[in-house]
Design a protein around this ligand. Structure first.
Ligand code: SAH
Length: 411
C-alpha cells in the first residue's frame, strides 16, 4: 500500500455503504483527527475504525461531499493513469452500442459516478462533445478528460461547462470553456450543432440549450412510444425540442400537439421539423400534422377538453432536485398524471416519466395508482421503461438510476 497519502478514519458503524463501494463520504462519517483544511485537496486513503484500508478517495473540504471514493483496490492509486483508464473504459463500453452512426451519433460517453468518474457527464453530438461538471473533483480533472476524449474520438470541439444547479453547493464558478485544437476559447458566434438519433435529424444550441442540449436518455423510450402512435391523436407534454413529437409523426400519428413553456425549445422543434422534412426523414405531410403551443403544461391539462387525445406523453423536468423536495414533487407528478389519465380517450395510452433520482420507481408507481384512483379509471402497465444503456445504473450507486417510465393503457 502507498504510504504517501493522508489517512482518514471512519467512525465505527459509518463504513457500511463505503465498504459496499458507495462513492460518497460525508464529513459526519469522519473521525476528525485533523481539520479538513489541514488535509487539503487531493488523494487520501480511507480506513475503517480498526485501521483497515477501505478505498482511495479525493478529499476536498469545499465540496459538499467531503471525499469521493474512487478505487477500492489498495494496489490501484487513482492518479492520472487511473483517470485515463476510467475514461477510456467508459468510452469503449459505449462504442459497440452505437455501431450505426447513420442512425444515431448522439449518446452519453461518461455517466458520472456510474462510470466511476464523479460529477462528470460527457455527451457526444456528432463531432462535438459536451461535458457537464457537477463536482469540484471533475473540474480539477477536466484537462485529462479533454485530452483523453480527444485522443479517443478526435472531435472537432469539446465544450466543458459547470452545472449551474451544483455551482452553489460545490463552490464552483458558472463557466464554459471551448476546447478546440490546443486552444481554450469562447467563440464569438455559435452555430447550431447537428446530430442524428434513430435516423432523425436534430440541431441544438450549445449555449442556450438545456443541460447538455438534448435528452439522449430517452432514445429507446421514443422508439417504444412510437410503436403506439399510428393513427392516434397525440399530446407531447414538455416537448423540449420535439424528439418524442418527431418520432410520433414518423410513426404515423394522426396529429401531434407539442407543448412546452420555453420559446427557444419550440423554435428548435420547428427547425428540427423542417430539417427532417427537407431531408425526407419524415413524410411530407408531417408539418401539417403538428401543432406547437407555448404554455404551462399544468394549465394546459386543466383547460384541455376530455377525450381530445388518445396518446399523451408526460416528460416533465426534474421536479425534485433534493430529497427534501420529494413530497412536493410527488404531488405535482400526481396532478399531471391524474389530469392525463382522467381526460384521455378510453383505450388511450399514457407514457409517463420521472427523471428525479430522489423519487423511487416504487414511489412513482404508487403515485400513478393514486392518480388513477382519483381519476376513477382502471390503468394497466404495458411497459416499464428506464434510461438507455449509455446511461448505466451502477448497483453500488443506487442514485444513478434516475429515469423511470411506464407506458399505461387507460381502460
Ligand atoms: N421530452 C423532452 C425533454 C423534456 S425536458 C425530450 O424528449 O427531449 C423538460 C421540458 O419541460 C423543458 O423543455 C422545459 O422547458 C419544459 N418545462 C418545464 N416546466 C414546464 C411547464 N410548467 N410547462 C411546460 N413546459 C415546462
Amino acid at each position: 500500500m502507498n504510504g504517501q497519502y493522508k489517512i482518514i478514519r471512519i467512525r465505527q458503524g459509518k463504513e457500511k455503504q463505503l465498504v459496499r463501494h458507495h462513492p460518497w463520504m460525508f464529513s459526519g462519517a469522519v473521525e476528525h483527527e485533523k481539520s479538513p483544511e489541514e488535509i487539503g485537496v487531493g488523494i487520501v486513503q480511507i480506513h475503517d475504525s480498526q485501521d483497515r484500508f477501505i478505498a482511495y478517495g479525493w478529499h476536498d473540504p469545499k465540496s459538499h461531499i467531503l471525499v469521493r471514493l474512487l478505487s477500492w483496490d489498495a494496489q490501484v492509486v487513482p492518479d492520472e493513469t487511473w483517470w485515463i483508464d476510467m475514461i477510456r473504459s467508459a468510452v469503449r463500453r459505449r462504442l459497440p452500442l452505437f455501431s450505426d452512426a447513420r442512425q444515431t451519433n448522439a449518446f452519453r460517453l461518461i455517466h458520472g459516478e456510474a462510470d466511476f468518474l464523479p460529477g462528470i457527464v460527457a455527451d457526444l453530438y456528432g463531432s462535438t462533445i459536451v461535458c457537464i461538471i457537477s463536482a469540484r473533483v471533475g473540474w480539477d480533472h477536466r484537462q485529462v478528460v479533454v485530452t483523453t476524449l480527444r485522443k479517443l474520438l478526435n472531435p472537432s470541439r469539446i465544450i466543458v461547462s459547470t452545472d449551474s444547479s451544483f455551482c452553489g453547493i460545490e463552490q464552483m464558478k458558472e463557466t464554459t470553456e471551448w476546447h478546440e485544437g490546443e486552444s481554450v476559447t469562447v467563440p464569438a458566434t455559435v452555430e447550431s450543432i447537428r446530430f442524428r438519433e434513430l435516423g432523425l435529424l436534430y440541431g441544438m444550441d450549445p449555449v442556450e440549450g438545456q443541460k447538455s442540449g438534448f435528452f439522449c436518455d430517452q432514445r429507446d423510450n421514443r422508439a417504444r412510444v412510437g410503436t403506439y402512435a399510428s393513427g392516434r391523436t397525440c399530446l407531447d407534454a414538455f416537448s423540449y425540442s420535439g424528439a418524442f413529437s418527431l418520432n410520433l409523426l414518423a410513426s404515423g400519428a394522426r396529429s401531434v400537439t407539442a407543448v412546452d413553456s420555453s420559446a427557444a425549445a419550440l423554435r428548435q422543434l420547428e427547425a428540427n421539423l423542417e430539417a427532417n422534412g427537407k431531408n425526407r426523414r419524415i413524410q411530407s405531410d408531417a408539418a401539417s400534422r403538428l401543432t406547437v403551443r407555448q404554455a404551462d403544461v399544468f394549465s394546459f391539462l386543466r383547460e384541455m377538453e376530455t377525450d381530445r387525445y388518445d396518446l399523451i406523453i408526460l416528460d416533465p423536468p426534474k421536479l425534485a432536485q433534493t430529497k427534501g423536495q420529494v413530497e412536493g414533487a410527488l404531488r405535482a407528478y400526481k396532478d399531471l398524471n391524474r389530469l392525463a389519465i382522467g381526460k384521455i380517450r378510453r383505450g388511450g395510452i399514457v407514457a409517463t416519466f420521472s427523471c428525479s433520482s430522489g423519487v423511487s420507481r416504487e414511489q412513482f408507481k404508487t403515485m400513478i395508482a393514486w392518480a388513477a384512483k382519483d381519476a376513477a379509471r382502471e390503468v394497466q402497465i404495458l411497459e416499464t421503461l428506464g434510461q438507455g444503456p449509455d446511461h448505466p445504473v451502477r448497483l453500488s450507486f443506487p442514485e444513478s438510476e434516475y429515469l423511470k417510465g411506464f407506458i399505461l393503457a387507460v381502460l
